[in-house]
Design a binder for this molecule. Structure first.
Ligand SMILES: [Zn+2]
Length: 252
């Protein structure tokens, strides 16, 4: 970190600490982040945190299944993880996904405040807690919204998250664009098969990803259908490895 960067960060944190005290989203008490330390400690974290969204060999990337797994921190852990899920790592169709919280009370209220209440500070709080747990990547891609939905919402929450995360990752990997090519029905209310069919082939990545390790960013992970469909688009653009990170994990 350069001296000027360190100085800027110090000044920013002093401003936040003394000049712009915020209110905790959950208890409305004083908070320097989106939440006060007590409420933050109450949020149910997803354990072990990372999992593999896999695909059946015969069904391609749209037959998603979930496996418990962790990001491999050491050579030994990597070997153990590969033994646990060899089909995933060899087929190249699985993606490792890290989520921070379980999408249950009160974390769901925090996520909804972020997605629909315009509380972008939640993205910074989330990013600071996941950045150090992610694998090294060359590019970020935020889960895109169809232009019609984006016009309704004004802002894509996944893009807000990606922008908060980017400066915290080694090398500040570029944020590349993906396109939602057709308007799909809302995923809420659909079962897993319905969700997979709903988003199949709905994404496109125009950037050249050949040889690159890519991190997909999404807000809430449920069945992983959207992430698998976006991962397929990233692979079609040449990505060598695809990982994902989300704010919260909802029970499928
Ligand atoms: Zn609080």
């Amino acid at each position: 970190m350069s001296i000027s960067t360190a100085l800027r960060d110090t000044i920013c944190s002093l401003i936040e600490q003394f000049w712009l005290p915020g209110a905790c989203l959950l208890c409305a008490g004083g908070a320097r982040e989106a939440l006060c330390p007590a409420c933050l400690a109450e949020l149910p974290e997803q354990q072990p945190g990372a999992e593999v969204l896999a695909a059946d060999a015969e069904g391609g990337p749209l037959q998603g299944r979930l496996f418990a797994a962790t990001f491999e921190r050491s050579e030994r852990e990597r070997e153990e993880a590969t033994r646990e899920r060899p089909a995933v790592t060899e087929s190249g169709t699985g993606i490792t996904a890290l989520t921070l919280w379980r999408y249950v009370e009160p974390a769901d209220r925090v996520v909804l405040a972020f997605k629909y209440g315009g509380h972008a500070t939640v993205a910074r709080l989330w990013a600071a807690r996941v950045a150090g747990r992610l694998p090294a990547v060359d590019a970020l891609i935020a889960m895109p919204m169809h232009r019609t939905r984006l016009a309704e919402r004004g802002e894509n929450p996944a893009a807000v998250m990606a922008r908060a995360l980017r400066p915290l990752l080694p090398g500040r990997p570029p944020l590349l664009a993906a396109t939602k090519t057709r308007l799909t029905a809302r995923q809420q209310g659909l079962d897993r098969e319905g969700r997979l069919a709903n988003v199949a082939g709905a994404y496109r990545v125009d950037a050249d990803l050949r040889g690159r390790h890519v991190l997909l960013v999404d807000d809430v992970l449920t069945t992983g259908a959207s992430l698998l469909a976006l991962a397929a688009a990233a692979r079609a653009a040449g990505a060598a490895a695809v990982h994902a990170v989300a704010m919260a994990r909802a029970a499928p």
